[in-house]
Design a protein around this ligand. Structure first.
Ligand code: ZN
Length: 466
């Protein structure tokens, strides 16, 4: 896997301001309509591979699961080898909640000495510091001044009162514009979004309200999870955080991908409260069967998806990715499923980045090259002859282009279409086009076209056009 870094002509915040002013034109919606129906085979069982791939960048028993805005490593420590991934996240709020980092490091030491406390079905990951820049800069926010527990895309859950906003309530109910320029805009938000797609349950540690609460949208598992942890730790259980509204919170985002989640708030901002939280985790481990459930299947439009692939589809934009075209193909614990604009891959043995996108079929884009208008908005890479500029560059940054599109395979060209020539650009993992009818940028249904063509050539494939 090669990730290429693009440098941008202006600072992120200048780019971001432009985004906010143009948000409505930039924001992209896929027109949801059934292009064709598919004949489906029977449901497949989701099997999770027990082989664990050796993780790169091993340091002191930890794996580096990503990097902060300023490039600091975000580390996770693994204990146990069970199939159910259980994640504890510390120091999302950096320096003021440093006792959650101290607690996380004490738990790491504890489970290193007492590995038998991990149930055999569980694989525990502890991330001591999700916000390493905030820790170093003595801040609650990350290096861009964004509150990471207000930056997640919470429009994907079923509740509207917690939806992401730039203006947020922070610690003590103080109002500020620290939600970020758009949902999931921050490097740290994207790291945790990717890391949790194949998790069975997650604990987000905070301080200092002295209570444990589940997501605001009802979820029986998360409620039982919070109650068990609270009872074990001796903290108060609260069905809702009622001090002020939380928008873009990680627990509510987790609800949107059907991931059981809780927020324990330590009593103070100084004491790690180790014994209490160890007892909270023991209470959860005591009921692993219910509180840390195995991964399952989600069915959309009669098409079953392995849960991690469904979560990716939810979290990265189901409208943008289009409907699923067929059931997943599986071999040796690796699932590959086609959507109209993308191919998604889930490796059940991967320790991180378990769900990703594969290259899409070849697409020939030819026509006059569209020159950049604004010299400050050009993404370039010394190792790649093509640039991404203006509206396409803004789209690329906003949608996590490295993940969703990969590297460009063409320049932006004016391609002949049925109507007028239209700006189009081909990338490793998808093709984007400016759509004048909706004044937005869309991903072309290149995977659907490839599948439809193949089905016309070979009529014995397990799908057919109706
Ligand atoms: Zn906090």
């Amino acid at each position: 896997m090669f990730f290429i870094t693009y440098s941008y002509g202006t600072s992120l915040h200048e780019v971001v301001g432009w985004y906010n002013r143009d948000m409505d034109t930039i924001y992209f919606r896929f027109t949801r309509r059934r292009i064709f129906s598919l004949l489906l085979s029977t449901l497949f069982a989701l099997t999770v591979s027990s082989r664990l791939q050796a993780a790169p960048e091993l340091t002191d028993g930890s794996i580096v699961i990503g990097r902060s805005v300023q490039g600091r490593p975000i580390e996770a420590y693994r204990f146990g080898t069970g199939t159910r991934k259980f994640v504890v996240v510390g120091a999302t709020h950096g320096a003021p909640e440093r006792n959650t980092q101290v607690l996380s490091r004490m738990l790491i030491d504890w489970y290193r000495e007492h590995p038998n406390e991990i149930p055999s079905s569980v694989r525990l990951y502890i991330i001591p510091v999700l916000n390493p820049d905030g820790d170093v800069l003595d801040s609650r926010q990350n290096a861009n001044g964004v509150d990471l527990n207000r930056n997640m895309n919470t429009t994907i859950d079923d509740c509207s009162d917690n939806d992401w906003d730039t203006t947020v309530f922070g610690a003590g109910g103080v109002v500020s514009d620290t939600g970020g320029p758009y949902p999931d805009s921050e490097a740290e938000s994207r790291v945790i979004r990717s890391f949790l797609l194949d998790a069975s349950a997650v604990v987000f540690l905070h301080s200092d309200a002295g209570l444990v609460f589940p997501p605001s949208c009802d979820d029986p598992v998360s409620i039982a999870f919070a109650q068990a942890y609270a009872a074990g730790a001796g903290y108060e259980y609260a069905r809702y955080w009622d001090k002020y509204p939380i928008t873009g919170g990680m627990h509510d985002w987790a609800r949107g991908i059907d991931l059981p989640a809780i927020i324990p708030e330590l009593l103070t901002g100084e004491d790690p409260e180790f014994q209490q939280n160890l007892a909270g985790l023991r209470a959860v481990f005591h009921n692993t069967a219910v509180l840390i459930p195995p991964l399952s299947i989600r069915t959309v439009d009669d098409v079953p998806m392995p849960l991690p692939i469904w979560r990716f589809w939810q979290a990265y934009g189901s409208d943008m990715l289009g409907p699923p075209l067929s059931t997943a193909q599986v071999a040796d614990g690796v699932y590959i499923q086609d959507f109209t604009t993308a191919r998604i891959r889930y490796d059940s043995a991967a320790e991180f980045h378990a769900v990703s996108m594969l290259p899409t079929p070849a697409f020939d884009a030819s026509g006059p090259i569209v020159e950049a208008i604004n010299p400050d908005q050009i993404l370039t890479n010394p190792a790649n002859p093509f640039t991404i500029h203006d509206a396409f560059a803004r789209y690329y940054l906003r949608t996590d282009g490295l993940e969703m599109l990969g590297t460009p395979l063409s320049d932006e060209v004016l391609m002949p279409t049925n109507t007028d020539p239209t700006a189009t650009q081909v990338f490793e993992k998808g093709v984007i086009r400016y759509d004048p009818q909706t004044n937005s940028i869309i991903r072309l249904p290149v995977v659907w076209e490839s599948v439809a063509t193949a089905s016309l050539i070979a009529s014995d494939l397990p799908f057919q056009l109706r």
